[in-house]
Write a protein that binds this ligand. Structure first.
Ligand code: BGC
Length: 733
């Protein structure tokens, strides 16, 4: 035993030595490269030289660096400009989007998801994938919530860690975005976000911190917004002090596309690479003085970026030391070494494999959330149904190319209608009616509703697919788009007259399954009492329709749970009730502070429509024997037994929350500290174990301005959602 332990220690020390010797060797090589570079060559590396590339140094064997969105598939090719290439093989795997991934609560899937993305990026010749998006879902309205993960920092961090490792194990850099406090799209380029230090540390930063410290992310993307008066991409506090200082981030901070506003700030406050967007836009954002100053140096527009000719000039006139540039180049080179861009030993990656498509299916199956299922209405029984009426434009609409920069050209996309047809074949007669028209500002269409009602009356069951939309393609991404970059939803009210449609269809045929596509909740009060079953499908990727059909007919038992609270109405939501959204006079005050999502609803005892962590199954689970024991290092071991008490195999997401009973600083009613997804055959029981590190009990003290241990009594709460606590126990820390 002793010998084995000694052996292990020795092996560990040898490998640490080997890794650090190798790291030192790489640092040495990087420094040698920098020594050989001219100032122009260095600066050529710290800004874009086309829409998705930044400069290399050919004579030294340093290639250009190629980035691509991101986050749920490799973006279509643009060549070097913004016009989509024609006739290229860029239709790939379209994964369910970030919100879907988080709804699986399956960390292993997070890794596999990243691995598919990394592998496809590799095949397509990319070096950096612009994802994951980890901005906290502060309001249900944010147009990019569909790309993000959760309202909860712990769930967000856990899913992001897997994703990043998955991408990077394929030899591709992940680029976690958008750092930081980019929680709305309207005015995203100008809004000044103000929040307390505690909210920053407890809610908005943990996922970024985990990306750096636990997943060793190679790149971070700065965001468009300002934070406490300064642009986040070149932010002395966020970037220099926290990211690169406190967390020791050694990688590359790139800008969002066009998020740099000032050369000196970008040089001094941590921006390592300036990426850009539409050239005309970029040109107009360069101040006239700077434009004039750089005019003579070059006629190339990319040379007019903030981190281009002006930077050269500043070094030349002595206002910026060259070491500032060297540091940026060093960080870029590190990423190049980490992704084997320089030594050339790269694998080829894989594209559109059956395995990748199967993973897209698995994520979709595990992410779809069964919100309501009165009297076990679902699953539908194939044998008992002769005619099914599928209603709603979202049933037949493809989404891959929508939403903005995250667009994907999907190899194929199975819509809900196609999925039902695949699943049912000729055995069931499927009728399809549109029900509503996806057009901005359009209200209920009486003709379409009458047609849908008629179809519903003549069917044994109805599947009505509604919800939000995002535009069809990049050039018109805001057309009819609610879930899209650059826009936020105006409210939570279903657009296109869908409420009228749903009410009428429910009256015509109560055997209706309501399915919602989209990046967040809708108001349901006018018809929810009459709805037997409701499914939240998010944007479920290329295999989404197949996954949905399998769930509706019970071939797959639903196991997704909400990563965000679904409020009854927008006004209940803390960002809208207490804070500013999207902001007033250019400033967004996050007055709700740490009370985001369920932290607010549960503390204020406001009933949501569906709670954080909620999701039903076709089976039932019982929880028992909650045990707690102390481990070394102040860690706590928590165990319990969960049993599948029903007749179907299924999966449960066991959630552990902490409630701090009394403390001088406010604590939320409960906070998620651990979770696990377990798979149980009918009748099977399993032991579930969690280890809570000391940090689970810490909070960010406003008085001391640092993390502190929260001592006193806690309730340890274990349950199947933030509102369905099954077991609890008091502990003292
Ligand atoms: C988005 C980023 C994206 C970048 C490149 C920006 O507008 O905010 O998320 O990665 O464009 O497409």
């Amino acid at each position: 035993m002793e010998l084995t332990l000694k052996h292990l220690c020795l092996c560990f020390m040898v490998s640490v030595f080997f890794v650090s010797a190798q790291a030192q060797h790489i640092e040495k090589e990087i420094n040698q490269l920098i020594d050989k570079m001219t100032l122009e060559e260095k600066v050529g590396m710290i800004h874009a030289n086309s829409s998705f590339t930044s400069g290399g140094v050919e004579r030294l064997g340093i290639p250009e660096m190629v980035s691509s969105d991101g986050p749920h598939g490799v973006r279509p090719e643009h060549g070097r400009d913004w016009v989509l290439d024609e006739g290229v093989d860029d239709a790939g795997t379209y994964l369910p989007t970030g919100l879907s991934l988080a709804s699986t609560w399956n960390k292993r899937l997070g890794y596999q998801y990243g691995a598919v993305l990394g592998s496809e990026a590799r095949y397509r010749g990319k070096d950096v994938i612009l994802g994951p998006g980890v901005n906290i879902i502060r309001s249900p309205l944010n147009g990019r919530n569909f790309e993000y993960l959760s309202e909860d920092p712990y769930l967000t961090a856990q899913m992001a860690i897997g994703y990043i490792k998955g991408v990077q194990d394929q030899g591709i850099a992940a680029c976690v975005k958008h750092y930081a406090a980019n929680n709305e799209e309207i005015d995203r380029g100008t809004v000044d976000v103000r929040m307390s230090e505690r909210a920053l540390r407890e809610i908005y930063l943990p996922a970024f911190k985990a990306a750096v410290e636990d997943a060793n992310v190679y790149a971070v993307m700065g965001s468009y917004n300002k934070f406490r008066g300064q642009y986040a991409t070149h932010h002395e506090y966020l970037v220099n002090k926290i990211l690169k200082g406190e967390w020791g981030f050694k990688g590359l901070l790139m800008s969002d596309w066009g998020s740099v506003h000032d050369t000196k700030e970008a040089l001094l406050f941590g921006t390592d690479l300036e990426m850009g967007t539409d050239l005309v836009l970029m040109y107009s954002s360069v101040s006239q003085t700077e434009a004039n100053a750089t005019e003579k140096l070059s006629s190339n527009l990319y040379d007019r970026f903030f981190l281009a000719d002006t930077a050269i000039k500043m070094v030349r006139n002595g206002s910026i030391p060259v070491e500032v540039i060297d540091d940026k180049v060093r960080r870029i080179l590190r990423v190049m070494y980490q992704t084997q861009m320089i030594d050339g030993k790269r694998n080829n990656g894989e594209y559109n494999t059956k395995e990748h498509q199967q993973l897209a299916l698995k994520v979709a199956e595990e992410s779809i959330v069964l919100l309501k299922n009165e009297n076990q209405f679902l699953p539908l029984k194939k044998k008992e149904i002769k005619t099914i009426a599928v209603i709603g434009e979202n049933a037949s609409r493809e989404n891959a190319m929508g939403g903005g920069s995250s667009q994907v050209k999907a190899k194929y996309e199975i819509t809900p209608l196609a999925g039902l047809k695949n699943y049912l074949g000729d055995a069931v007669n499927i009728t399809y009616t549109r029900g509503y028209k996806i057009e901005r500002d359009i209200t209920a269409d009486a003709g379409l509703i009458a047609e849908a009602v008629e179809a519903a009356k003549n069917a044994d069951a109805v599947v009505l697919v509604g919800g939000w939309t995002h535009g069809y393609d990049y050039s018109k991404w805001n057309d009819n788009a609610y879930d899209a970059e650059g826009t936020d939803k105006p409210d939570m009210i279903l657009p296109f007259g869908q409420n009228e449609l749903i009410s009428e269809v429910l009256k015509a045929n109560p055997n209706t399954v309501l399915v919602f596509i989209g990046g967040g909740p809708v108001e349901m009060h006018s018809w929810i009492a009459n709805a037997k079953s409701i499914i939240q499908a998010w944007y479920p990727g290329m295999e989404g329709g197949n996954a949905l059909a399998k769930i509706i007919f019970g071939e797959v038992n639903p196991s997704g749970k909400l990563p965000m609270t679904f409020p009854k109405k927008l006004e209940d939501s803390p960002a809208h009730k207490l804070g500013d959204f999207p902001g007033k006079n250019g400033v967004a005050n996050y007055n709700e502070d740490i009370y985001v999502g369920y932290r607010y609803f549960d503390t204020q005892k406001i009933d949501p429509e569906f709670a954080f962590g909620h999701g039903l199954s076709y089976t039932n689970f019982s929880y028992k024997k909650l045990m707690v024991s102390e481990l070394a290092n102040n860690e706590l071991k928590v165990s319990l037994k969960v049993k599948n008490t029903g007749k179907e195999d299924g999966a449960e997401i066991v959630q552990l929350y902490l409630h701090h009973q009394y403390h001088k600083e406010d604590r939320p009613e409960k906070e998620l500290k651990a979770f696990d997804k377990i798979y149980l055959k009918a009748g099977e029981e399993k032991l579930v174990e969690f280890i809570l590190p000391e940090s689970s009990f810490q909070f960010f003290s406003t008085d001391a301005n640092k993390w502190e241990m929260g001592s006193g009594n806690y309730n340890l709460l274990v349950g199947s959602s933030s509102r369905a606590i099954k077991l609890q126990r008091q502990i003292l820390r």
